[in-house]
Write a protein that binds this ligand. Structure first.
Ligand code: HEC
Ligand code: HEC
Length: 211
């Protein structure tokens, strides 16, 4: 019951928020960026370092997309929508990224997306829905900084390169970005084509763009 009431409150909220998110610039930018170049189109770059950097820059269309960055914020609050506004209502990451006691992410975010009937909006969902730790914040960072950071086991949750590639290819929160439910633009390309870019970047030495 509590959950239904919250969802209804959320619905009223969303109607306002998505109206803004879907208007104008953000939507145009999202649709212009709808494709990812396939790995084969980078074969002409002879120098592996330059090839790796170009591959990473292409994956940056996904890494710096609001669908990813909203969950990798600098502060304690998630962000929302294509304009990356602060999450409404006020929620915080809590000790483990699952929210504060009494205001857990799972109070509102279910195991799957919930599309609000009769509206163009919905509440995102995944069984593991929670906020990335502060060490994995990408918001406002350059692609070079994000690149250094995701390679660093001290900041990426102890992942080696193989685990990092696997996370991008298989993690369900990563995958959600291409299946974000009603009212949200998906990340460009597909999770598979994104994972192929990351895989090729790793295979070419995982070099980073300049900071
Ligand atoms: C009181 C209900 C509620 C709680 C608790 C809650 N959320 Fe949300 N969240 C929502 C609603 C409703 C939306 C959809 C708003 C919209 O359409 O922009 C949303 C959207 C989001 C989005 C936006 C996704 C995108 O790219 O647009 C993120 C990220 C998010 N929540 C993360 C979290 C995290 C992490 C937690 C726990 C720390 C959390 N939320 C707790 C209700 C809640
Ligand atoms: C619902 C929130 C959420 C969304 C959406 C999300 N992430 Fe994350 N991400 C997390 C959490 C939580 C962790 C840490 C837990 C873990 O390592 O499994 C994480 C960790 C990561 C890591 C580990 C390394 C690091 O330093 O960040 C990578 C890489 C990553 N996410 C990529 C992505 C990409 C790419 C997208 C978008 C396509 C994305 N994430 C969308 C929550 C999210």
């Amino acid at each position: 019951m509590r959950r239904l009431i919250l969802l209804a409150a959320g619905a009223a909220l969303i109607a306002g928020v998505t109206g803004m998110a879907l208007s104008g610039k953000a939507q145009t930018a999202a649709s212009q960026n709808a494709e990812l170049r396939p790995v084969s189109t980078f074969a002409g770059i002879a120098d592996p370092r330059q090839r790796a950097v170009a591959l990473f820059e292409e994956s940056g269309k996904v890494l710096q997309h609001p669908r990813c960055v909203n969950c990798h914020p600098v502060g304690d609050r998630p962000r929302q929508g294509d304009m990356m506004q602060l999450h409404q209502p006020l929620v915080v990451r809590g000790a483990d990224g699952h929210g504060a006691p009494g205001m857990k992410c799972s109070t509102c975010h279910g195991a799957a997306n919930f599309d609000l009937p009769g509206s163009g909006a919905g509440v995102p969902g995944d069984p593991h829905w929670h906020l990335a730790p502060a060490s994995m914040a990408w918001e406002g960072k350059s692609l070079g900084q994000i690149c250094q950071q995701i390679k660093d086991p001290a900041r990426n949750g102890g992942k080696d390169m193989a685990a990092l590639v696997k996370h991008m290819a298989e993690d369900s929160l990563v995958g959600w970005a291409w299946n974000p439910g009603k009212g949200r633009a998906p990340a460009p390309g597909t999770q598979e084509s994104f994972a192929q870019l990351i895989q090729a970047w790793a295979a070419n030495g995982a070099h980073c763009p300049a900071l």
